[in-house]
Design a protein around this ligand. Sequence first.
Ligand code: TYD
Ligand code: MG
Length: 449
Amino acid sequence: MAKTKIEFVCRECGASHYQWAGQCLECEAWNTLEEIVVSQVTSSRPESLKDLPASKVQNLSEISTENKTRLTTGLSELDRTLGGGLVDGSVVLIGGDPGIGKSTLILQALAAINRSNVTLYVSGEESAEQVSERSIRLGIKADILFISETHLEKILKILKEVQPKVIVIDSIQTMVTDLSTSAPGSVSQVRDCAAQLTQYTKQTHTILILIGHVTKGGALAGPRILEHMVDTVLYFEGDAGGRYRVIRAVKNRYGAVNEISVFAMSGKGLQQVSNPSSIFLSNQKTPSPGSMVMVVREATRPLLIEIQALVDQANGPAKRVSVGLDQNRLSLQLAILHKHGGIATFDQDVFANVVGGVRVMETSSDLALIAAIISSLRNRPLEEHLVIFGEVGLAGEVRPVPNGQERLKEAVKHGFKKAIVPKGNLPSKPIDGLEMHGVSRLQEMINLL
Ligand code: TYD
Ligand code: MG
């Protein structure tokens, strides 16, 4: 018998540690380490997976990928985020806060999948009546097979009988396997269940969609512990309170990462928003201080997004708060603004917010953020129909960002008339209806404002 080895795994991020600690060394979350037994998992193959066909040795150059067609979900926005649809033998993880619309999205996608593919929805949370009630509300009449079950060995048995092409597990945190003795939702249960299902999917060339709750309380293991096991990871961004839902691909073995798609939650489920730029801009007629429009590019599509800053006299230690932006990036830009722009904010509270609940990962937001901060500090609105983008470096230089021309075209399409951009992003030919200013130093932009 294999010697048992013990490890401590973080419930939030999945990092493993050799000894217990109060705080995870990776994600710095408190009290999230959980003891798991490692060699039990790796020592032998679970009984339920033993009779699957063994993998055969192949020559890489002789493998044809032509028949690797993608299965479209009928939701073109979701397909785009997946990189063009669902790939055979792939595992997709969809994570998000409870109540944000994961089950709704997947049910809608399953309903639109070509009916020559058998689809099975496994729910560990809801009964058949509840899911059927939802599908009636969504106006779905498609044949989707359903079971309400949490015992993994039983599910694997059913999979062998029914042989579905697409399998949905809602949610992976409710599943339990005989391989692990820990409580449902614990790290080892979630990992062992996901590992067995993944193995089944790879060997039968089916498609597996795992739904995982992002947890704040920390009672359940979060979906991040599964990220390394699956092919594609999609996360719902923002909170369940708003009308819009942004889904981002944070890992994709079959497409671009950071690709986002936007949906609106309505009485009839999630509706696709095919022109998201329009919803991230607040429809204000007159510009207000501290508000600025930038063009960011998430994966393959440029997006116009409004960024807001509020600078106010600090009462005590100065606060720096950012929503939708990296907090370190905000502090960095404030330091650059002081050193190279001569504008001090050390006695001011600075708040920055990206409108619409979307998270901006790109550095092209730097220049627009600084413009918004200056505008709020001076309490003077920026020009109407002005758009700004560009990265600002620690030396006060403005650096070009990828795909400048594409961003400028998107701005013109939405009626913007003036743009301040890095000099390196100025196109060789003028763009009709757009007045362009190239800057190479931060100071040049401040002078233009
Ligand atoms: P759900 O898909 O159950 O969330 P999750 O699986 O991520 O926990 O979505 C639940 C929320 O969506 C719930 O608050 C109600 C809302 N909703 C609508 O507004 N319209 C609809 O048509 C549906 C089905 C749900
Ligand atoms: Mg659900």
